[in-house]
Design a binder for this molecule. Structure first.
Ligand SMILES: Cc1cc2nc3c(=O)[nH]c(=O)nc-3n(C[C@H](O)[C@H](O)[C@H](O)COP(=O)(O)O)c2cc1C
Length: 365
């Protein structure tokens, strides 16, 4: 029977275990989105994960609306990411980069007061910190024109090429959590009348064009995608998430991707987590419809992860917050010792505190 310690092949890579590190934005790229030395050290410390998925990384300046989040749209950023990839590989780890465009959640403060883009001119609820202050409310974005959609698809392709050139093992397309791709997928936001709006297939067109072109550029065995079907972050909604996301994974069958990564349940629903008693929990039905490798994530413990694998619910399990405070999470699981709790006040604070200073386990811990 598979456990989290059983090796697994995802796409082009044979991974030493099924304990994956979920993407975690940490806001340490203080110099114009360029990964720095402490970021390389942070990822090096976590290389015993079967696969590290990096923090969300912007494919274009217009897609970057998070203070000190990294990018991958210029040579300096690419050089910084090469140091990260090298550090992980020196420890015999594997690393995919999560590629991100925030769409309408980019505040104009990041854009010289220009409007951000989305599928439609529909405002999302919520606010984020910007260089001008905290809790800066999202604005009504402008809808991308059809030629501009093609430009954004190309930005994902260029960033994927840069990721591979920087030595990354692959990329994960960030289609989750209410960001630009999700703003196309869900009908609560997407009100377009053209071939990118309306029917489910039309709303999935943007995602699938990105997947197809990125696969053509770097090879499908180096490409994953992240979906969050039950997440209603920032008021994003869909009239029928089950139909939308079943169709998404059915369409994704055509590509032979390294994996599809499902983030569920929605935040706050941890009590009724990985069970069908939670009626929002779509993972089992997505599993039925998707023929490739599935990664699950969201509130898993060692025990519930092993149960998921034993029940053949997925090929691997990603862990987010546990990796923040337990750099050697895989070893700790193996030694069966208590996990350290993360300090949420340092999740996004610049510097090494709460970042690279969480200790590895000691014999007595
Ligand atoms: C500090 C922090 C940063 C996060 N950044 C990202 C991100 O960049 N991309 C993403 O897809 N999810 C992000 N997430 C969500 C995590 O990947 C993960 O889905 C979530 O923490 C649930 O998994 P867990 O219960 O194992 O922590 C973030 C979560 C946290 C707590």
């Amino acid at each position: 029977m598979n456990t989290i310690f059983t090796p697994v092949t995802l796409g082009d890579y044979h991974l030493k275990n099924r304990i994956l590190m979920a993407p975690l934005t940490r806001g340490r790229a203080v110099n114009d989105g360029i990964p720095n030395t402490i970021m390389a050290e942070y990822y090096r410390q976590r290389a015993s994960a079967g696969l590290i998925i990096t923090e969300a990384t912007a494919v274009a300046r217009e897609g970057l609306g998070w203070v000190n989040a990294p990018g991958l749209f210029n040579d300096a950023q690419q050089a910084g990411w090469k140091n990260v990839a090298d550090a992980v590989h020196q420890e015999n780890g594997h690393v995919f980069m999560q590629l991100w465009h925030m769409g309408s959640t980019v505040h104009p403060d990041f854009l010289n007061n220009e409007l951000p883009v989305s599928s439609s001119a529909v405002k999302q609820q919520g606010a984020l910190t910007t260089p001008k202050g905290r809790d800066r409310e999202f604005v009504t974005p402008r809808a991308l024109t059809t030629p501009q959609i093609a430009d954004v698809v190309q930005q994902f392709v260029s960033a994927a090429r840069r990721a591979i050139d920087a030595g990354m093992d692959g990329v994960e397309i960030h289609a989750a959590n209410g960001f630009l791709i999700d703003q196309f997928t869900r009908d609560g936001i997407n009100k377009r009348q053209d071939e990118y709006g309306g029917s489910i297939d039309n709303r999935l067109r943007f995602m699938l064009e990105i997947i197809e072109k990125v696969c053509n550029e770097i090879g499908a065995g180096k490409v994953g995608i992240r979906l969050s079907p039950s997440n209603d972050v920032w008021g994003i909604s869909d009239s029928d998430p089950k139909a939308t996301f079943c169709r998404a994974v059915t369409k994704l069958n055509a590509f032979n991707l390294a994996y599809v990564h499902i983030l569920e349940p929605k935040p706050g629903a941890e009590k009724a987590m990985h069970t069908m008693e939670n009626s929002d929990y779509l993972t089992p039905i997505l599993r039925e419809n998707y023929r490739g490798n599935l990664i699950v994530n969201g509130g898993y413990t060692q025990q519930s992860a092993n149960e998921a694998l034993a029940n053949n619910a997925a090929e691997a399990v990603a862990f987010g917050t546990p990796f923040i405070s337990n750099p050697d999470l895989a070893e700790r699981f193996y030694a069966d010792i208590a996990l350290a709790e993360p300090d949420s006040t340092t999740f996004y604070a610049p510097g090494s505190k709460g970042y690279t200073d969480y200790p590895r386990m000691t014999r007595s811990s």
